[in-house]
Design a protein around this ligand. Structure first.
Ligand code: HEM
Length: 247
């Protein structure tokens, strides 16, 4: 009986928690870390481009064969993105309403550039991701290369015919405007993450005086690592890597 009453109390507290500022920050932290995990795993997949067309195309083909898992990841990502953006908007509007006269930028105590511009860098990352999905997932004609990526096919060593992801990526990045757009996009993403990772630790109560310096180093180290990894692909193609696939 007592246990049942406790359960009902907990169920009543849960909506209250998620309506509180702290609850919203928790949701932002958890969804942000979930997306960070995706970005890290996606990078390890993408870096296989340096192992050659056969390896990258076989990897992409393997992913598409696990269609159910792919859909679970897509739905989770959509939910995470939706929650992360809506909580960011609600918290930002709430903060503005509570402080109608904003602090002068220079007077924000100890806030870094990344911290002050989270809502803007986040919005620009959303634009970048939308373009990227049109470009690489929907294979829409947005790469200004004149190629129809949907027609790129290749045959793997075992005789399977599949989509030629290697040629698609090289063709896209052979267009300098696309490469520059990607480098700026991932730069903004990593700028956003450099503060986002710190903020997530803070919201989850995992940051204190002892760990503060370590958390800062971890956040900026991870952001730089991701930036160098992602940017290395368009930079390598600009330097001529993989161009023979276009002949
Ligand atoms: C140099 C940078 C990048 C390259 C070369 C790249 C490459 C690709 C490719 C080839 C695909 C399609 C995979 C396929 O359907 O076979 C893809 C999908 C995707 N990428 Fe990227 N990507 C890059 C950066 C990013 C970044 C920074 C993010 C996140 C912020 C991201 C998020 C996604 C998402 C959400 C998908 C859709 C996955 C799906 O279809 O379910 N990508 N990427």
């Amino acid at each position: 009986m007592l246990r049942k009453a406790g359960g009902i109390e907990a169920m009543k507290l849960l909506p209250q928690f998620f309506h509180s500022s702290l609850g919203k920050k928790y949701i932002m932290a958890i969804t942000g870390l979930g997306m960070l995990a995706f970005v890290a795993v996606h990078l390890t997949g993408n870096l296989q481009i340096f192992l050659g067309p056969e390896v990258l195309d076989a990897y992409a083909h393997g992913l598409h064969r696990a269609e159910e898992l792919l859909w679970v990841i897509r739905v989770c990502l959509l939910v995470f993105i939706g929650l992360h953006i809506s909580m960011a908007v609600v918290l930002t509007l709430g903060n503005r309403a509570a402080r109608p006269i904003p602090y002068e930028r220079s007077r924000l105590p100890g806030a870094s550039h990344a911290a002050r511009t989270m809502i803007w860098s986040g919005s620009m990352v959303a634009v970048f991701v939308a373009y990227h999905l049109l470009h690489h997932s929907a294979k829409a004609q947005v790469s200004l290369t004149g190629h129809d990526f949907a027609t790129f096919q290749t045959t793997l060593a075992d005789g399977t015919t599949c989509h030629d992801v290697f040629r698609m990526v090289v063709a896209g990045f052979s267009q300098p405007v696309v490469s520059v757009f990607y480098i700026v996009g991932v730069g903004l993403l990593c700028h956003h993450l450099s503060h986002g990772i710190e903020a997530a630790f803070q919201s989850l109560g995992l940051r204190n005086r002892v760990w503060d310096a370590a958390v800062r180093k971890l956040a900026s180290g991870a952001a730089w690592l991701l930036f160098v990894g992602y940017a290395s692909i368009p930079v390598a193609v600009a330097c001529g890597y993989g161009r023979e696939a276009l002949n």
